[in-house]
Design a protein around this ligand. Structure first.
Ligand SMILES: Cc1cc2nc3c(=O)[nH]c(=O)nc-3n(C[C@H](O)[C@H](O)[C@H](O)COP(=O)(O)OP(=O)(O)OC[C@H]3O[C@@H](n4cnc5c(N)ncnc54)[C@H](O)[C@@H]3O)c2cc1C
Length: 237
């Protein structure tokens, strides 16, 4: 082992089997799956500066049945379910803004299995609170800190944190979002291109019920969606 690697490993203030950078849906779900599958002796830590404060993600997400089953298997769905709105009907159109009629070209209605809606709308904050609570209960080590840099060698990786601390892990998992700096730093390439579009999302309350119906209009300038939330509110994209 090179002298620099030896020094890096010696400086680590914590040692874990897996360190996950990023405590969003992906990072926290991975942490729970690893702990639950590999047991008490397998140590998992998650580092994310966002862990320093209560989740404040104001967005909402459509959780498809398969993703909901994953949350059920991880033991977090019971905490999310009371605030999740089932999508009972989805209508998709593809026409111009000033078209007199907007014919429906695709619908998804009903259930995957009897009594099982094909998707639920959830507020990200509720899912993150449930994931963090379960991670704490399952012994995942949560560090309110950012992954600043890392160096890998034959036996693992030494991860430097923004606070100045260091963690030695057998594996570092990048779950730091779509524009993952950890992925880039690891030299893992991705392919993407700009659509030259920005999305605006917001939540509105309304007088009339939405009846669990989601609508997506694919307009020439871009998509418009209105998605049902609990308490007579809808999420607009
Ligand atoms: C408008 C909009 C609507 C969407 N709607 C849906 C939907 O309906 N259904 C659906 O399935 N998906 C939807 N998505 C996509 C979904 O939100 C994302 O795919 C999902 O949140 C990604 O989760 P993630 O855990 O990978 O990343 P993120 O949720 O982005 O979390 C990344 C985390 O990494 C942390 N982080 C960043 N850098 C570091 C670092 N250096 N060290 C440590 N931590 C770091 C951040 O603080 C953050 O907490 C939508 C996305 C958008 C933008």
């Amino acid at each position: 082992m090179a002298e620099g690697q030896d020094r890096d490993q010696g400086q680590a203030d914590d040692r874990v089997d897996v360190l996950i950078g990023g405590a969003g849906f992906a990072g926290l779900a991975l942490a729970l799956a690893l702990r639950q599958a590999l047991g008490e002796s397998f140590s998992v830590a998650v580092a994310d500066p966002a862990l320093a404060r209560p989740p404040a993600d104001g967005r909402a997400t459509a959780i498809a049945a398969a993703a909901r089953r994953l949350f059920e298997a991880l033991g977090v769905w019971d905490a999310v379910a009371p605030n999740a709105e089932p999508i009972l009907d989805m209508v998709i159109t593809d026409s111009k803004l000033d078209d007199a009629v907007r014919p429906t070209f695709l619908t998804f209605a009903g259930e995957v299995q009897p009594g099982e809606p094909f998707a639920h709308m959830v507020e990200n904050r509720d899912v993150l609170v449930a994931l963090v609570d379960k991670a704490k209960a399952d012994g995942v080590r949560l560090r309110p800190d950012a992954v600043a840099d890392f160096s890998a060698d034959a036996s693992g990786v030494t991860v430097r944190l923004a606070s100045g601390g260091a963690v030695r892990a057998k594996l570092l998992a990048a779950a730091d979002g779509a524009r993952s700096a950890i992925r880039e730093r690891a030299g893992i390439r991705s392919v993407g291109w700009s659509y030259d579009q920005s999305a605006i999302v917001t939540t509105v309350a309304h007088e009339r019920p939405h009846h669990g119906r989601a609508e997506e209009h694919f307009l020439p300038a871009g998509p418009f969606a209105i998605l049902p939330l609990q308490h007579n509110r809808s999420f607009i994209v």
